[in-house]
Design a protein around this ligand. Sequence first.
Ligand code: NAP
Length: 534
Amino acid sequence: MAKHEHVRVAVIGSGFGGLGAAVRLRREGITDFVVLERADSVGGTWRDNSYPGCACDVPSHLYSFSFAPNPDWPRTFSGQRHIRAYLEHVTDTFGIRPHLRLGHEVLRMAWDAEALRWEIETSRGGFSADVVVSATGPLSDPRIPDIPGLAGFPGKVFHSARWDHDHDLAGKRVAMIGTGASAIQIVPAIQPEVGRLTLFQRTPPWVMRRMDRAISRPERWLHRAVPATGTARRGLLWGIRELQVGAFTKHPDVLGLVEKLARANLAKAVEDPVLRAKLTPSYRIGCKRILLSSTYYPAVTQPNVEVVAAGLREVRGSTLVGADGTETEADVIVFGTGFHVTDLPIAERVIGADGRSLAESWKNGMAALRGATAAGFPNFLTVIGPNTGLGNSSMILMIESQLNYLADYLRQLDVLGGRAALAARPSAVGAWNRKVQKRMERTVWAGGCESWYLDANGRNTTLWPGTTGEFRRETRQVDLSEYEVIRAPRPTAPAAAVSAAPAAPATPAVSAAPAAEGGAPKDGDAPRTKENAR
Ligand code: NAP
């Protein structure tokens, strides 16, 4: 008989979001859960992206969990290897390994309205769960554009997130497609070894210097000996970014000053006026993600690098044809063309209460209440859901806010007792989404540039148009008036939806997260009100 396991919570994915959810569940006293991971190790995007030069453009002390500070970060901006090792360490430290189900790809999951649970089919057997936490992330499925003739290319082709380390690039003619956050890290890393590097740039990015340096031994010693110094460092990094948010979300004109700095950076790094003109963006800085690198411009000025200021239009044998008609011979094509961000592949596999997939439900654009719950998908929460991304700060802050929401969601289910589920009211999802989209109108991201933040309809369903502090407040607690409570049908009666109780009664005690340490928002820092002080 095929394997079948029932758990209270099934978490999908083991990147920052999934591991964070797993740690939070344990800290809430919940141990009846699994983490379903399609790969054979944890780490999510930090496992998959191992391309040369891969590093984070958010400082290490902010790009880590508040509940798992690392005093030993070796650099101000960490490389992929260290971040991946950090996530392995978190997995061990918080006892997550027994919950991991590696090599389990979720193929399909459907809501069972009778049993009030999700039936989950994976590549290695079935599961059912009262609650599903989808933490598959927006950067998990690579996007390779449909380029005519690509299948006939005789050389090697790979995506930045699927780097082929066995393929030696030394002396080769390499074409890099795209100039996003991944490409600008790859270019300086491979330029010295390749024979020729042709960069297909559809839209030039704004690039600022990255102030990366080794963190000194005395600094590390201090963070180990006096943990409050690490917290203060994190708080400072967070505070600076919170102050910057208004320029992106309310006063894009202020970014003109930043644009001047970026222009000066370009002018200093690139003397050739023709190349500089190619590399100069024509949109307001911040509309697309601002990229940080001190090595990208110096690399593109090297004699073995050529910038084609056009996208890749077609491949004819080993000839790459740009949208401007230029032709380039190549041995290797590297796609740095991003991910399926607004058309998440997992959404095709999630079948809701009315038999429709999440992808169908989101065909006019992703929308979820407080970034977490979608109408028609009871007891299904996303981590890094719609409109929870950031333009200038650490996603870990947003993830921890979503984990607060998840923790309160589970407490509310406990309060309801018996077999019950929560279903986001379409009116609440709609109201939340309208509020978010209204705020979006003033932001720099609505400035008319094409970016991966926008979906096929041109709507920004990716970013949060506010501070991380605001999002933290919005996700402190589940507002039951935004949900319908679904009760399991009695054996003889059909399923019924009843209105949510206005106020939650006291619940049995659950294990509390350690007290927050001040500075940047912390995991579990929801205020202890009468409703949730338990
Ligand atoms: P991306 O930002 O989506 O960039 C994709 C690039 O491919 C863009 O330059 C795009 O041009 C280009 N492109 C697409 N189709 C093309 C074509 N046919 N011809 C030429 N160019 C084409 O993808 P990414 O660089 O992989 O980054 C994705 C996200 O990952 C980032 O924004 C960031 O959030 C994250 N990331 C973070 C870090 C970090 O340090 N934290 C590092 C790497 C990645 P257009 O601009 O014209 O669309």
